[in-house]
Design a protein around this ligand. Structure first.
Ligand code: NAD
Length: 263
């Protein structure tokens, strides 16, 4: 976004937590860049010590003193301490991005029917329940309302080859968005999902035949291409801002129109 963009300053004075940056290719990073360019002050989390350096280097490009917290979303203690630290530092919060998903390798490479209980539970814990836990921890910091956005994928709606248990977890995530929207609506906190088209990221490489999926997306989508993280970022900016004040509980597709076509 250029300095003269009409969106510059749209989010000035607002504060947001970004969960899910692994590197510069992450969808969460595309979102962070858009939100930052529109004036939002950002804090980030990284998943454990092995991710710390890379995330630190990535967020350093924003300049300034960017709060950074260790967070494995499976840990209730870590979730509590991240929001306690944010409360101490900022007092209030306007926005949370949930851009996190994981399923153990066997569940992503074997036929879906072979999914083991433990792997099913892990995929749902990290990819869906974590939104509930993060929303519950964030809400008290949003006394004047706020916006929560989660990243999902079309494999929640249709059986996409190779997406397996992640598709089932995304269906749970999208339903969680609707129930959270109902619970948090009276507090003026909106909860929405963005269903992004296939993008080549670290997490995407865990999906079998991902390159084929990118190819099919580009061939079949009305726009005849895949989408960029920046495009997901601008849609996130919309959902984070008052421009979308009447929208909650929705799943908004940013997929070059892929989902409207017949396979
Ligand atoms: P990515 O690998 O860049 O990001 C995934 C993030 O999840 C990483 O930062 C990783 O550290 C984090 N994560 C995984 N397990 C975690 C845990 N236990 N605790 C904390 N963080 C954890 O990949 P991405 O494609 O940017 O994925 C971001 C989101 O977008 C995911 O929800 C993914 O399902 C969704 N999505 C991706 C695509 C795609 O094609 N890449 C399409 C639609 C939706």
């Amino acid at each position: 976004m250029s300095e003269s963009s009409p969106l510059t300053g749209l989010l000035a004075g607002k504060k947001g937590l970004i969960v899910g940056v692994a590197n510069q290719n992450s969808i969460a990073w595309g979102c962070a860049e858009s939100l930052h360019a529109a004036g939002m002050e950002l804090a980030f989390t990284y998943q454990g010590e092995t991710m710390r350096d890379r995330v630190t280097r990535t967020v350093a490009t924003l300049g300034g003193d960017v709060p950074l917290f260790d967070l494995d979303v499976r840990s209730d203690e870590q979730i509590s301490s991240v929001f306690a630290a944010l409360q101490e530092r900022w007092g209030t919060l306007d926005f949370v991005l949930h851009s996190v998903a994981f399923a153990p390798k066997p569940a992503m490479s074997n036929p879906f029917i072979e999914t083991q209980r433990e792997d099913f539970l892990t995929a749902h814990d990290i990819s869906a329940y974590s939104l509930v836990a993060l929303s519950r921890a964030a809400a008290p910091l949003m006394p004047n309302g706020g916006s929560i956005v989660a990243m999902t994928y079309y494999g929640s709606q249709k059986a996409v080859p190779g997406y397996n248990v992640m598709g089932v977890a995304k269906a749970s995530l999208e339903a969680s968005v609707r129930y959270l929207a109902v619970d948090l609506g009276p507090r003026a906190i909106r909860v929405n999902a963005i269903s992004a088209g296939a993008i080549n990221t670290l997490a995407a490489r865990g999906v079998a035949h991902f390159r084929d999926l990118m190819k099919v997306t580009a061939e079949r989508s009305p726009l005849k291409r895949t989408v960029e993280t920046e495009e997901v970022g601008r849609a996130t900016l919309f959902l984070a801002s008052d421009l979308s004040s009447g929208i909650t509980g929705e799943t908004m597709y940013v997929d070059a129109g892929f989902n409207i076509t017949a396979g």
